[in-house]
Write a protein that binds this ligand. Sequence first.
Ligand code: RUB
Length: 355
Amino acid sequence: MRAIEELAVRYQEKALALPLWFEAGSLKLLDQTKLPFKEEINTMENVEQLGDAIRSMMIRGSGAIGICGVYGMFLAAYQSNGNPEAVREAGVLLKSTRPTAVNLMKTVDEMAAAVKGTGSELVDVLEAKAVAIIDRQLDFEYKLGEHGASLIEDGDTIMTHCHSGALGGAGYGGRALSVIRRAHEQGKNIHVYTCETRPYLQGARITAYELKKFGIPHTLITDNMSGFCMNTGRINKIVVGSDRVSANGDLANKVGTYMHALAAKEHGIPFYTATSSHTIDFDTPSGDAIEVEMRNSDEVVQIQGVRIAPEGTDALYPSFDITPSRLISGIITEKGVITVPFEQNLNRLNEKVNI
Ligand code: RUB
């Protein structure tokens, strides 16, 4: 068995939720569009199919699509018997799938930088790199989970938005749910409010599915209930993921995050993002420079294929929004929790740890 196939075995032994793995010459992924009703495993025979799966949200979440970058580049090398041109083309295709999450761009670049030789030498070198990146990402999840859990107290009621969990990451808990899962493992009595996350329902379909699997008590709310819940004392902390954090600490995350952060500020509720240092993009000075993916507005006029607005109704679907750093209490990473002044502290982290 190849080292990259052993990854899946190793991870399953740890009872992790794997979003994607390599098996018998192709990639397998859990189709997230079918959750929570069906746990369907789909096979990706080539990078084109993987690209389509990312575009259609069969696999999503910034960490998990970063992992797609890793496996996709390896798959291209493996299937072309180590042709560097095939790997380069795979990188171009993968990067074109979704523009906002920076992890995908970074993992593709990291794999591309590792390209060496041709044939089996290239396949072996990219396999070793892929295993190292995925193991590192999982290690980050444990570490950021530990740092974030230190902010969570017994009795906390924590709101999260969208899905920043195991299937959106390397498998332990992604980012926000690594913090929540670790706090729960530490025996803290916590309760999670998960926002439904219109229009794609990641919170209702996937976060609630994972929280149930982890045995963490939770309540589902629609996105427009967060202000009510904050105002009535139901929520005392917020932890979300990030698709990209700019150099000044502004963050892009699922649309709706910004309005929750505004309401949290009004109510004095700490608002954290849990992320990894790889989601911090020092080439993007501020949130204004982050490209927000605009998705097909059909996803707004329908829910799960059922039309909810009259024919001809115009709709808008920005997939993400930008939360300015002035609304953020802390950025939880595998290196620790970063607080104000964000720009200086992020820079210090960058210099110190050579992210
Ligand atoms: C997912 C989303 C998640 C982030 C952060 O959007 O916005 O909140 O990816 O999660 P989509 P994480 O479903 O459109 O991909 O930091 O855990 O990756």
